[in-house]
Design a protein around this ligand. Structure first.
Ligand SMILES: [Fe+2]
Length: 303
């Protein structure tokens, strides 16, 4: 199938038709997917897309798909966010490193992208096979967030990679996937089972209430010229992301990117951007994301 037809047909549909026999869910117990390290190269605000690599990006084309399911290994999780980032053919990560690649569009998020799972819990993307760096095997980084706010950070590796030692295999159960050869490149399936237990039922089987909209209070002081306190409350434990944006929507820095307990929390922002430099005077937005909700407040920084 030609590349354009492949995309037109739909990445998920194409994979689902021919590759289900490779599904990792078959032939193993219903284990939740093993978590792995986030690593230093995750960045905020990856764009939503299914083709992560520009067409002239050097490297072997690769097509990855899979299904995100709840911990019964059956219930598909729809509208889960599958966030993927990886190294280029030379083991270089955009955003954090100067990468000499085929990134002719100067895309700051080259080789990074988010997808939403469909009604069958499926996701799929096209990119290039990541290169090596340090002594790590080739890998894709994943951060999956369910609509309930449950988050899993993991990675997938590849069978036959000489860097995947026996010890590595033992330490990363269910994360090492086989690759097949397709007409346009390598094809692999990485299925993900989320540990939805804490959302679906409590320890004694009682239903846990769904998370409610978070409360983001106005930062104090505001305007500020030294430090301002950002306070918010969440109704249940979950992943919280708080970013600072300028009024044009450009991301400035991240204040929180963490799993937090329910209740009230507060963090300070000192008017410093992600590279450690003071921002210029003006209006900024505090944007809180939690359990599929978004809340924002305007703050003013005066030098
Ligand atoms: Fe990595």
């Amino acid at each position: 199938m030609k590349r354009r037809q492949f995309i037109k047909t739909g990445l998920v549909g194409t994979f689902a038709a021919g590759m289900t026999s490779m599904s990792l869910l078959k032939g193993r117990d219903c284990d939740t997917t093993n978590p792995d390290i986030l690593g230093p190269y995750w960045s905020e605000d990856h764009p939503y897309r299914i083709i992560l690599a520009n067409s002239d990006e050097p490297g072997t084309r690769i097509f990855i798909s899979g299904t995100v399911k709840a911990n019964d290994c059956e219930t598909p999780i729809q509208n889960g966010v599958v966030d993927v980032w990886h190294a280029n053919d030379n083991g270089c990560y955009t955003v954090f490193q100067e990468c000499d690649t085929g990134n002719s569009d100067d895309d700051p998020y080259n080789l990074r992208g988010k997808m939403l799972t469909n009604e069958n819990g499926e996701y799929a993307f096209e990119s290039i096979w990541p290169g090596y760096y340090a002594t790590r095997p080739k890998h894709f980084h994943y951060k999956i967030t369910t609509p309930n706010g449950l988050e899993l950070v993991t990675q997938c590796y590849f069978e036959g990679d000489p860097q995947v030692t026996e010890q590595w295999e033992a330490d990363h159960p269910g994360q090492i996937i086989p690759l097949g050869e397709g007409e346009n490149g390598l094809i692999g399936i990485f299925d993900i089972v989320m540990d939805e237990e804490e959302i679906q039922a409590g320890i004694n089987g009682e239903t846990v209430p769904l998370p409610e909209k978070p409360v983001l209070r106005q930062a104090y002081p505001n305007p500020f010229n030294n430090s301002t306190r950002i306070e918010f409350s969440i109704s249940g434990p979950g992943h919280v992301s708080i970013g600072i944006y300028d009024i044009k929507g450009k991301w400035i820095t991240s204040i929180v990117e963490n799993h937090l307990s329910n209740g009230t929390h507060s963090f300070n922002w000192k008017g410093i951007d992600a590279t450690g430099n003071p921002v210029s005077s003006g209006s900024y937005l505090v944007v809180l994301k939690y359990a599929g909700f978004t809340a924002s407040k305007k703050i003013v920084f005066l030098k």
